[in-house]
Ligand binder design. Structure first.
Ligand SMILES: [Zn+2]
Length: 265
């Protein structure tokens, strides 16, 4: 039908017909190219934004962003899924998964993610929060320093390695010293942002001990900064959170003296 109309309309004017077709094609191609270019620009913008957010280690919340259904699946179910997905990642990278050395890697990584390095995501792994009465009436600052931190940057999934220093003044309760290490470790064992980890440690200790007087300083190296991107081997990041009495500059300096960090005037 359409062909008939075109044939009638352009009878004897075939050149004009081709000119019209060419023009229409030209418009279509231009439109397609513009859409394609816009799409490519948007993709580059998205990549740029992803890099910026990651390299600036920007965090939007004090709580780890977990979904409401985060623990509906069992650990075993999660391990099975991660194992499959990790095998896909390795395969996509071009690795031969039938090789003896690589065969076990997907399952090893999956178990390590769920049970170890990200085990602190699951509230069931939270250390018990038992405290004791402050029978000695010890009223000075208590500092637990050089607690080893092994965490993972949530923007690059690369290690964060460093030390945490935690201090508190008792308001009637005291806590076992190793408990502080366990709390640091619990919050470290998740995809993290160092600022958030510091705040989470302080908030948890404040809650357990029923006092605002808690402080935490974390000094850590981020492998995403040290080994890639800007490749700054020497730099480390210091974050601090001071609650209650630690907001007083003298008290703060006393704590920092214990851990040998100078407060800038
Ligand atoms: Zn990072």
């Amino acid at each position: 039908m359409l062909v008939n109309i075109i044939t009638v309309l352009f009878k004897g004017h075939e050149q004009k017909y081709f000119a019209v077709v060419l023009y229409l094609e030209h418009i279509l191609i231009r439109k397609y190219m513009t859409t394609f270019a816009t799409l490519m620009n948007t993709m580059t913008d998205i990549d740029k934004k992803i890099d910026e957010v990651g390299d600036d280690h920007f965090s939007s919340a004090q709580d780890t962003p977990l979904r409401a259904d985060a623990f509906e699946m069992s650990d075993e179910e999660k391990i099975t899924i991660i194992q499959e997905k990790f095998a896909e990642i390795m395969h996509t990278l071009g690795l031969d998964l039938t090789d003896d050395s690589l065969q076990g890697t997907p399952r090893r990584v999956a178990k390590m993610y769920v049970k170890e390095v990200f085990g602190g995501l699951n509230p069931k792994n939270e250390p018990s929060s038992s405290t004791f009465e402050n029978k000695y009436d010890y009223s000075e600052m208590l500092v637990e320093k050089d607690i080893t931190v092994y965490s993972t940057c949530e923007h690059h999934f690369l290690p964060i390695v460093g030390k945490a220093h935690v201090a508190y003044f008792s308001d009637g309760k005291v806590i076992g010293l190793s408990k502080m290490n366990r709390i640091v470790d619990y919050f470290a064992k998740r995809p993290q942002v160092q600022e958030r980890m510091t705040i989470q440690v302080v908030r948890k200790l404040q809650e357990i001990m029923g006092t605002e007087n808690v402080a935490c300083v974390i000094d850590a190296k981020h492998l995403c900064v040290n080994s890639r991107g800007i490749r700054d081997i020497q730099s480390s990041t210091v974050t601090a959170e001071f609650g209650g009495r630690f907001k007083d500059p003298l008290v703060k300096q006393e704590f920092l003296n214990y851990i040998q960090i100078k407060l800038e005037q």
